[in-house]
Design a protein around this ligand. Structure first.
Ligand code: SF4
Ligand code: SF4
Length: 382
């Protein structure tokens, strides 16, 4: 995945509240994570407006009114422990854990040029196997100079963690910075968004970022567009929660994945579970190695052709999954579905407006989209 790094599988912790200290990193490794990753650290965490999110930089799932299953809302928190205190304690302990487990140790640092160069050099000397440069609080025009300075100082790989909030087109930003990065991690969180509590608007969370499954399609779009433009590995980071999510990310061009929200919500066993699910997914689809699906969609649509979502689609019924609840007929405003009680629905292609409501509403995933025109399946013609 990354030069000089050996990973036992493709599920890494993201550098968030899930790995808020050495003890959490150890739990992550015991839970099956492929590396020791630590929550982003900086020189003066107290100087970041709105960055602190409580003890340990908690993801604050539940601190705001729930808007979607598995969503977390936060303000891009970093470790509350300043780097000088963190290095001899949390990092030293985490490095020992990584060495004992035989996995890479990958600390995450932010955010200014002075800070990341000072911290990066010392971490490289102290034994870090790679660095994440977290740009969550880095002004966009400072990312390039900071990354170039860090690259000039350390020989270990640098993973650039960036999100769409920088304003500049993210794939173009990554392509411009490719000479100085060894890999990219996209996108971690999406925002800023505005979230209020209608019961207590004055005490509402206000501006912040969301992470978790709701942002996975957004992440996938940036992953795909960036993997089209760069040759360095891209790590999918945003809403990965299942083995199928890993497969999807790999098809779109990811070289590995990072997980935060699923581990916060479900505990550190999430890493191993997701990795095992991905292995099972491969077996169920007749593959013995992830290379069989790696970049499958990117190879097919990565040269600027129309992507499959631009083709006309139509829903079809997976009869064995249907519980004949009739809900699809209720939600179709175009009279394209007839679903009498206790009877399998009948779908008509001609009146269907391809709105997708029935596919979204079906409680058993018995309705799915497929292209109207015949297309070559990904497994063919690779
Ligand atoms: S909503 Fe789904 S389960 Fe219900 S009748 Fe339609 S296809 Fe079947
Ligand atoms: S996609 Fe929309 S128009 Fe077509 S059958 Fe489903 S609900 Fe009706």
């Amino acid at each position: 995945m990354l030069k000089g790094l050996t990973l036992r599988h493709l599920v890494l912790p993201g550098p968030g509240a899930n790995v808020g200290g050495a003890a959490a990193a150890e739990a992550a490794v015991r839970g099956g994570a492929a590396a020791v990753v630590l929550q982003t650290v900086t020189v003066n965490p107290g100087g970041l407006a709105g960055a602190a999110a409580g003890a340990g930089g908690a993801a604050r799932a539940g601190a705001a009114p729930a808007r979607a299953v598995g969503q977390s809302f936060h303000r891009l928190p970093c470790s509350p422990v300043p780097f000088e205190a963190w290095l001899p304690t949390e990092f030293t302990a985490a490095l020992a854990i990584a060495r004992a487990a035989g996995v890479p140790c990958i600390p995450s640092i932010g955010y200014t040029r002075d800070d990341v160069t000072a911290m990066g050099r010392r971490l490289a000397l102290a034994g870090a196997d790679a660095l994440i440069f977290d740009t969550a609080h880095t002004p966009t025009d400072e990312i390039g100079p900071a990354l170039a300075s860090l690259k000039a100082l350390v020989e270990i790989p640098i993973i650039l963690l960036a999100g769409p909030h920088h304003g500049e087109d993210l794939p173009d930003l990554c392509a411009r910075l490719e000479p100085f990065a060894d890999a990219f991690a996209l996108i971690g969180a999406f925002g800023p968004i505005l979230q209020i509590d209608p019961e207590a608007p004055a005490a509402s969370p206000g501006l912040g970022f969301i992470a978790g499954p709701p942002i996975r399609p957004v992440m996938q779009r940036f992953l795909f567009e960036t993997a089209r433009k760069v040759s360095k590995p891209v790590i999918a980071y945003g809403g990965i929660a299942t083995g199928a999510d890993v497969a999807e990310a790999l098809m779109l061009g990811a070289a590995a994945t990072m997980v935060t929200t699923a581990a916060v919500a479900q505990g550190p066993g999430a890493y191993g579970r997701i990795a095992a699910e991905f292995d099972q997914w491969l077996l169920e689809h007749g593959h013995t190695h992830y290379a069989a699906v790696s970049r499958a969609y990117l190879r097919k649509y990565g040269q600027g052709q129309r992507v499959i979502t631009e083709k006309e689609e139509t829903p079809y019924l997976v009869a064995e999954a249907c519980i004949t609840c009739t809900f699809c007929e209720t939600v179709c405003f175009y009279d394209a579905i007839v679903a009498p009680p206790k009877t399998l629905p009948t779908l008509s292609e001609e009146p269907c407006f391809q709105c997708g409501l029935c596919v979204s509403a079906c409680p058993t995933d018995a309705l799915r989209f497929r292209p109207r025109d015949e297309v070559t399946l990904l497994s063919e013609g690779e």
